[in-house]
Design a protein around this ligand. Structure first.
Ligand code: MEV
Length: 437
C-alpha cells in the first residue's frame, strides 16, 4: 500500500488503528495478529498500558534479564536490565561477580538537587528589576506554596530561587533558577509545574494591568533542566592488581593494569573514544533505567552534557593504580525516581523495584551507577585483552542460529565449529546450509 497522509488517526479505535497500519505490511492479517498478541492479556493491565501513550497499537518487547550480585556499599542486589544487545548482561554479570569478590562498589558521593528555569525578557531598566528582586522572590515563593505543599510533606520542596542575568549572551534576557529536592520521585512533572506557576506569578507581578505587548516583563519559557550537574552519584571499586590475574586472559597483571589505565586516559583525552567509552557505561545505565521505568532519555541528555562540562567531551569514568591497587570510578548525573511516573504503572517496572527491595531514589542512583561502571569495566577489559568481537560473536551466533531456524543438533555442531573462529552471518548460513538446510 502507498503511504499517504492519515487524517484523524488519533480518533480511531485501537483496533482500527492497528488494522489500518497493518495494511502497510506484506501480510496485513498476520501483522495485525502479531501486534495484538504482544499486548497484555489481562484487560485491566492492557488498558493501563495502552493509556501510557497515544496511538498505542502494540507493545515492543525487550529481553528482560538479571545481572546478579551487584554489591553496593555492602548490600547485594540482583539487578533487572531491559536490553537487546546480546553481550551486555553477560559481560556485566562477569564484571559484577569479579567486583563482588573484591568488596563491591562504594558510593563515594551523592547529591540530589534538581533544577529548572523560567527564561524571560526584561525591557525596563535593569536596576528596576534588581531593586524589586527581593519582593518578587517572596511573591513567587508564596505563590509556589500551594504547588509544593505535598512535596514538602514528603521531605522535599524548594531549596533555592535565584535571578540570573543572561544579558551578556542575549539582549534583555534573564532567568529564574529554581533548585528543588524531589525526594523519591524523578520529579519532572513537579518541577515543571513549579516553573509554570512561577512564570504565571512573574507575569502577574509585573503585569500592572498593561496589554501583553506593552509589558516590561515577557516570559519566554519555563522548563526543568536535564543538565542535572547537581544530581550526581560517584561510585568506586578497587582491588589489588594481583587479584586481576583471573580476568587478564593470560596477560601479566602489571601489563593489564597499565593497559587499563591507558584506555581510561585515552577516553579522557580523545572525544572519539570518549563517546564509545561512555556508550559502554550507558549500556548498563539505560538498561536498568528502562527496567525500573525511569526516563533513560533524560539520563542520556544529562550524561552527555556532564561529559562536556570542561568544554571538551570526555569519558565519564576513570581508572588509576596506586600502591598496587587498581581503582575504578564513575560520576554520573542521574535523576531517577522510585515512585511516580510509570514506576507503579508498568507491571515489570513495579516488579523490578520489588526485586531490588523497593529502593529509595538515592539507593537506585548507586545501583545504576554501579552497573554502568561494571559494563564499562567489562568492555574496556575486553578491548585491552581479546577484543570485543570474541564475546559479542558467541552470543551473536545464537541469534543467527535462531534467525536461520537451526535445530538442536545444528546448534551444537555450529557452536563447536565456530569456537575460537570469526563468526559472520554468511559463514553461519553457509555452515547450516551445508548441513542439510
Ligand atoms: C558496545 O555496545 C559498547 C562498547 O563499544 C563500549 C566500549 O568500547 O567501551 C564495547
Amino acid at each position: 500500500m502507498r503511504t499517504r497522509i492519515l487524517k484523524g488517526f488519533s480518533k480511531l479505535t485501537e483496533n482500527q488503528k492497528r488494522n489500518l497500519i497493518a495494511q502497510y505490511c506484506k501480510d496485513p492479517e498476520g501483522a495485525e495478529g502479531e501486534m495484538k498478541s504482544l499486548l497484555f492479556a489481562d484487560p485491566e493491565e492492557r488498558k493501563n498500558f495502552l493509556e501510557l501513550s497515544e496511538n498505542t497499537i502494540s507493545s515492543f518487547h525487550l529481553p528482560y534479564g538479571i545481572v546478579p550480585n551487584v554489591v553496593v556499599d555492602g548490600k547485594v542486589y540482583h539487578v533487572p536490565m531491559a536490553i537487546e544487545e546480546s553481550s551486555v548482561v553477560a559481560a556485566a554479570s562477569h564484571s559484577t561477580r569479579f567486583w563482588a569478590e573484591h568488596g563491591g562498589f562504594r558510593v563515594k558521593q551523592l547529591s540530589t538537587i534538581k533544577l529548572g528555569h523560567v527564561y524571560f525578557r526584561w525591557f525596563g531598566e535593569p536596576a528596576a528589576l534588581l531593586q524589586r528582586w527581593d519582593q518578587l522572590k517572596a511573591h513567587l515563593l508564596e505563590h509556589l506554596k500551594k504547588v509544593t505543599a505535598s512535596m514538602v510533606h514528603r521531605g522535599g520542596g524548594v531549596i533555592s530561587l535565584e535571578l540570573i542575568d543572561e544579558t551578556r549572551s542575549i539582549e534583555n534576557l534573564y532567568k529564574l533558577e529554581l533548585e528543588v529536592d524531589t525526594v523519591n520521585s524523578m520529579g519532572a512533572n513537579f518541577i515543571n509545574t513549579c516553573l509554570e506557576d512561577m512564570a504565571e506569578g512573574l507575569e502577574v507581578f509585573f503585569g500592572d494591568g498593561k496589554e501583553i505587548n506593552d509589558r516590561e516583563c515577557q516570559v519566554s519559557m519555563a522548563i526543568l533542566s536535564n543538565n542535572t550537574a547537581k544530581c550526581t552519584v560517584t561510585v568506586e571499586a578497587s582491588c589489588q592488581i594481583d587479584s586481576l590475574s583471573r580476568i587478564t586472559e593470560g596477560m601479566p597483571v602489571g601489563l593489564f593494569a597499565d593497559k587499563m589505565v591507558l584506555a581510561y586516559q585515552i577516553a579522557h583525552m580523545d572525544t572519539y573514544r570518549a563517546a564509545t567509552h561512555n556508550k559502554g557505561i550507558m549500556n548498563g545505565v539505560d538498561a536498568v533505567l528502562i527496567a525500573t521505568g525511569n526516563d533513560f532519555r533524560a539520563a542520556e541528555a544529562a550524561t552527555h552534557a556532564y561529559a562536556s562540562r570542561s568544554g571538551q567531551y570526555r569519558g565519564l569514568s576513570w581508572c588509576e593504580v596506586r600502591d598496587e591497587v587498581l581503582t575504578l570510578g564513575l560520576t554520573l548525573p542521574l535523576a531517577v525516581g522510585t515512585v511516580g511516573g510509570i514506576t507503579n504503572l508498568h507491571p515489570l517496572a513495579r516488579l523490578s523495584l520489588e526485586i531490588l527491595g523497593n529502593p529509595s531514589a538515592r539507593d537506585l542512583m548507586g545501583i545504576v551507577a554501579a552497573v554502568g561502571l561494571a559494563t564499562n569495566f567489562a568492555s574496556v577489559r575486553s578491548l585491552v585483552t581479546t577484543g570485543i568481537q570474541k564475546g559479542h560473536m558467541r552470543l551473536h551466533l545464537s541469534n543467527m542460529l535462531n534467525a536461520l531456524n537451526a535445530d538442536e543438533e545444528q546448534r551444537k555442531e555450529a557452536e563447536i565449529h565456530f569456537r575460537g573462529k570469526k563468526v559472520s552471518y554468511s559463514a553461519v548460513k553457509h555452515f547450516i546450509n551445508g548441513r542439510g538446510h
